[in-house]
Design a binder for this molecule. Structure first.
Ligand code: C2G
Length: 444
C-alpha cells in the first residue's frame, strides 16, 4: 500500500484545496492529511486564518478524499510523521516548490500544480473589501508600521497625512503611497481606517474627528490623557459602528498572551506582585526629552508597564502613588508608580534618562515568572519556584517588529471578527488612561 501525506491550513476550503487533495490521493492508495493548528499558523506567520481548526477538519472530511486526518502543531513534525507512519510520498502545492526537498531523505517529494487564481486570501478579500488605510503622522513609527502591514493581508496603506504638507509629500513619495495630504478632512475622504502615529497630545483630536466621520481608528498609546476623553472615544466608536483600538503592541503579541495565561493558570499560585520596567536612554534632542508637558518616561513607556499589571491584578486598585526624577525642564527622566490592590502590589518603572533592568517579574504564592528585557516583545520567559533547579522555560515565536499582530487584529475586527477582543479590553485601556490622568495631575 502506497501512503501519501500532505499538509495545509485549508482555511475557507476552496476548489484549489479540493484539486490538491484529489491529485495527492491519486498518487497512492492511502492519503493522510495534516491540518495545522491555529497556534502553529501564528508561529509560521499566517496571521489571518478565519476558520477554527474543527471547521477546517470538517471541511477536509466532507470531500471524502482523506483516509486519515492528523493535526500539525510544530516545526519538524513532518519528518516525525513520515517516519512514524511509513509514508512513501510527500505531496504539496507548487507554491512550495523546493521548500520541502529536505524531506527527500525520508520519502519521495512531489510538488503538485497549484490551481491558478484561487486562494483563501482572495476569498477573504472577496468577503471583505481591502481596508484602505491612512497614516496620520510621518515620524519615527510610521515607516515601521508600513513595513509590518505588508505581512497582513486585507489591508492597504494608501495615504499619509502631516499638517506640514511637505513632510507628507516626502514620506508619500519615499514609501510610494497613492496619496499625501496636508489637510485632515481631504485625507479622511480617501481612507476607511487610520493609524495615528503623532505626538501624544494630538491623538485624541485626530481620533475623535476620524471616528465622527465613521473611520476605524488604530491609535498609538496613550489614546488620551483622561478617563473622560477615553470613554468618549470608545462611546463614539460604538455609536458610529467602527473599530477603535489602542496600539499597545505588546497586548497583541502571542508570547505575551501565553505568558499572561500561564501566570493565571495557578502554577505560580495566587498572584501577589507584578513589577514591570521599561527604560531607554533617550537622546536629549528628541521629543521625549524636550517636550515639558507631554514628554518624559511615563507617558512614553507607561502603557507597556501598566499592561501586565492590569491584566494580572485587575483594573481596580486601591491606591496609586508616583515618584519621579525630573530633568531641569520638568520632564520625568525616571518614574516609579506604586499600586496597592486588595490582593497584591505592583510597581511600574519607566526611564528615559535612567537605565534599569527591563524585567517583568510576576510573583505568586507558589512561584514566579521572570521575563527578561525585552519582555514587551515576549520572546522568552521562565516559570521559577522555591527549588532553584525547577525552571520551566518558554520561548514563543515573535515575528518581525511585532506590529503585524496588532495590525492583523485591527483588520480582523474591522471584518467583524473580534474573537481576540480580550487582548486589550476597553476597560483596560480606560484604566490606563486613569493612571495617566492621575500622573498628569500629580505633576501640576
Ligand atoms: N493549494 C493549491 N491551489 C491553490 C491554493 C492552495 O494547490 N489555489 C494547495 C497548497 O499548495 C497546499 C494546500 O493547497 O498544498 C493547502 O494550502 P494552504 O491551506 O494554504 O496551506 P499551506 O500554508 O500551503 O500549508 O505545514 C503546512 C504546509 O506547509 C502548507
Amino acid at each position: 500500500m502506497k501512503k501519501v501525506i500532505t499538509y495545509g491550513t485549508f482555511d475557507l476550503f476552496h476548489e484549489g484545496h479540493y484539486n490538491l487533495l484529489k491529485r495527492a490521493k491519486a498518487l497512492g492508495d492511502y492519503l493522510i492529511v495534516g491540518i495545522t493548528t491555529e497556534h502553529y499558523d501564528l508561529q509560521r506567520g499566517k496571521l489571518n486564518v478565519i476558520d477554527p481548526l474543527l471547521k477546517r477538519i470538517e471541511n477536509v472530511k466532507e470531500v471524502r478524499l482523506a483516509d486519515e486526518i492528523i493535526i500539525e502543531d510544530h516545526e519538524g513534525q513532518k519528518q516525525e510523521d513520515i517516519q512514524k507512519m511509513n509514508v512513501d510520498i510527500f505531496a504539496i502545492g507548487s507554491d512550495w516548490a523546493g521548500a520541502f526537498d529536505y524531506l527527500k531523505q525520508y520519502c519521495k517529494v512531489v510538488y503538485l500544480d497549484r490551481t491558478p487564481n484561487i486562494s483563501s486570501t482572495k476569498i477573504r478579500q472577496g468577503k471583505h473589501p481591502i481596508v484602505q488605510l491612512g497614516i496620520v503622522g510621518s515620524g519615527r513609527i510610521a515607516p515601521r508600521f508600513l513595513k509590518e502591514a505588508k505581512y497582513v493581508s486585507g489591508i492597504n496603506a494608501r495615504a499619509v497625512y502631516n499638517p506640514h504638507e511637505k513632510s507628507a509629500r516626502d514620506f508619500g513619495e519615499k514609501y510610494e503611497l497613492e496619496y499625501y495630504f496636508g489637510e485632515f478632512g481631504d485625507f479622511l475622504q480617501q481612507v476607511d481606517a487610520i493609524y495615528i502615529a503623532t505626538p501624544h497630545q494630538t491623538h485624541y483630536n485626530y481620533a475623535r474627528i476620524a471616528l465622527e466621520r465613521g473611520k476605524h481608528v488604530l491609535c498609538e498609546k496613550p489614546l488620551a490623557f483622561s478617563v473622560k476623553s477615553t470613554e468618549e472615544l470608545y462611546g463614539l466608536a460604538q455609536k458610529m459602528g467602527v473599530v477603535l483600538m489602542e496600539g499597545i503592541k505588546t497586548a497583541y503579541c502571542p508570547g505575551f498572551n501565553q505568558m499572561m495565561n500561564i501566570a493565571k493558570n495557578g502554577i505560580i499560585g495566587e498572584i501577589r506582585d507584578v513589577e514591570a520596567c521599561f527604560s531607554r536612554i533617550t537622546h536629549p534632542s528628541l521629543r521625549e526629552m524636550v517636550d515639558e508637558k507631554y514628554g518624559g518616561a511615563f507617558l512614553e513607556f507607561g502603557s507597556y508597564t501598566l499592561l501586565p499589571i492590569f491584566k494580572l491584578l485587575g483594573c481596580k486598585y486601591e491606591s496609586v502613588e508616583f515618584d519621579s526624577i525630573l530633568a531641569d525642564n520638568g520632564v520625568d527622566l525616571y518614574t516609579k508608580v506604586h499600586f496597592h490592590f486588595r490582593e497584591g502590589l505592583a510597581l511600574s518603572k519607566t526611564g528615559v534618562g535612567v537605565k534599569s533592568e527591563g524585567q517583568l517579574v510576576i510573583a505568586g504564592t507558589k512561584g514566579y515568572i521572570l521575563a527578561e528585557s525585552p519582555w514587551w516583545l515576549t520572546r522568552s520567559f521562565e516559570v521559577r519556584f522555591e527549588d532553584p533547579k525547577r525552571i520551566e522555560r518558554y520561548s514563543p515565536k515573535f515575528l518581525g517588529d511585532g506590529l503585524r499582530y496588532e495590525i492583523a487584529d485591527f483588520v480582523a475586527k474591522i471584518d467583524g471578527n473580534d474573537k481576540m477582543a480580550y487582548f486589550l479590553t476597553k476597560e483596560e485601556s480606560i484604566a490606563m488612561a486613569g493612571v495617566v490622568e492621575k500622573f498628569m495631575e500629580s505633576r501640576e
